[in-house]
Write a protein that binds this ligand. Structure first.
Ligand code: FE2
Ligand code: FE2
Length: 369
């Protein structure tokens, strides 16, 4: 596989390579019992539904600037100013640069999250005790390599604009990799990071409705991710409901609460403001508090909350933390076993449609996070 890399992905402060000490017990399963049918059928699905990065039509002409210019010509600017109430009015030039960079920022964090998933899932292959789960995780490792490949190709060959990993996502990935408990790797990666990714992918796909390559790319990746999240839910459900001591459960609650804060911070686009030379404090404060952006961030948790509930982790302590973040509104949404796909929540679809009304962009929307 060869493609033109128009831009190198910027490096974080830690440099080109970052080493984290991962300690875990590697478990052999000498029984090979293969009795967890739900995991085995997920494994069969994973093998059958695998695709190749070359299946995408990479000859597609991707011109986000032209797409945005059309939207701006159709009144995107006034719409954004009215809905987002920014600290200073966004003229057309600023609307363009904000949108272009937000799109690159979101897609770049997807790329970095995918690398995290690749590494974390490899760790799961070693640490999870059951053969069925090792099989499935091995299959997922191949999926994640492909996801890294397609996002990287899209960002460098097609967009020509990208961002380094956000510090909060970096911290969370480090925590997940460093943790010696295999179930915490699952919890962090399959339930939290991938749960959020499923919701975020859906939103970006909707925003970029008039760009066929990213549509195809995200649809394929989401198909895989919905299996990955289901893998996490199926693997952990019995464990948390029956086999944990209260101290162990408390540690998992702490992890969930901390991971939630880091994931929420990962959605704050301070690096975009910094690169654009906008006042980072003022714009970050705005992003933290403006109702549209807050609502957008909350909706990224639509899959995580019901999945935690299914795992028995929506305990009084987690509930109290989620209450403060206004996330309990999603507890009655369908979890990943009931509904593996993650359609963007109806409230968000409505907001985005309203946002785009009059911009002529056919269901696609402005970026916000
Ligand atoms: Fe992935
Ligand atoms: Fe995944």
């Amino acid at each position: 596989m060869q493609y033109e890399q128009r831009n190198p992905v910027p490096l974080p402060a830690t440099g080109s390579y970052e080493s984290v000490k991962a300690t875990l017990e590697t478990v052999f399963d000498w029984q090979y019992e293969l009795r967890r049918q739900n995991l085995l059928s997920l494994y069969e699905k994973g093998k059958t539904l695998a695709w190749n990065a070359n299946d995408l039509d990479w000859s597609t002409d991707v011109n986000i600037e032209r797409m945005l210019r059309d939207r701006v010509a159709n009144g995107l600017g006034p719409m954004m100013n009215a809905m987002l109430n920014p600290p200073q009015t966004l003229d057309d030039k600023r609307v363009m640069e904000f949108q272009l960079n937000m799109n690159a920022f979101m897609l770049s964090q997807f790329l970095h999250g995918e690398q995290g998933a690749l590494v974390a899932t490899a760790k799961i292959v070693q640490g999870v005790p059951w053969t069925e789960a090792k099989f499935y995780a091995a299959n997922q490792v191949a999926d994640e390599a492909r996801h890294v490949e397609v996002y990287h190709r899209y960002l460098t060959e097609k967009l020509g604009l990208s961002y380094e990993i956000s510090p909060s996502l970096n911290r969370l990935l480090d925590d997940i990799i460093e943790d010696p408990r295999w179930d915490v790797t699952f919890l962090g990666m399959q339930i939290m990071v991938e749960g959020l990714a499923l919701a975020a992918f859906g939103v970006v796909r909707m925003q970029m409705a008039d760009e066929p390559l990213i549509q195809d790319l995200i649809t394929r990746v989401m198909g895989d991710e919905s299996r990955h999240v289901a893998f996490g839910v199926l693997s952990l459900a019995d464990l948390y409901r029956t086999e944990m001591t209260s101290t162990e459960l408390r540690e998992r609650e702490d992890f969930v609460i901390e991971a939630t804060h880091m994931l929420r911070d990962r959605l704050v686009p301070s690096p975009v403001f910094e690169r654009l030379g906008w006042d980072v404090d003022v714009w970050t404060e705005w992003s933290n508090n403006t109702p549209f952006m807050r609502g957008f961030r909350q909706m990224m948790f639509t899959k995580i909350v019901p999945n935690l509930k299914r795992l028995g982790l929506l305990t009084p302590r987690v509930r109290a933390a989620y209450e403060k973040l206004d996330l309990l509104q999603f507890e009655h949404h369908k979890d990943s076993v009931e509904e593996p796909e993650a359609p963007p929540p109806q409230e968000l679809v409505q907001i985005l449609e309203l946002f785009l009304k009059g911009t002529g962009s056919n269901g696609a929307a402005a970026n916000g996070a």
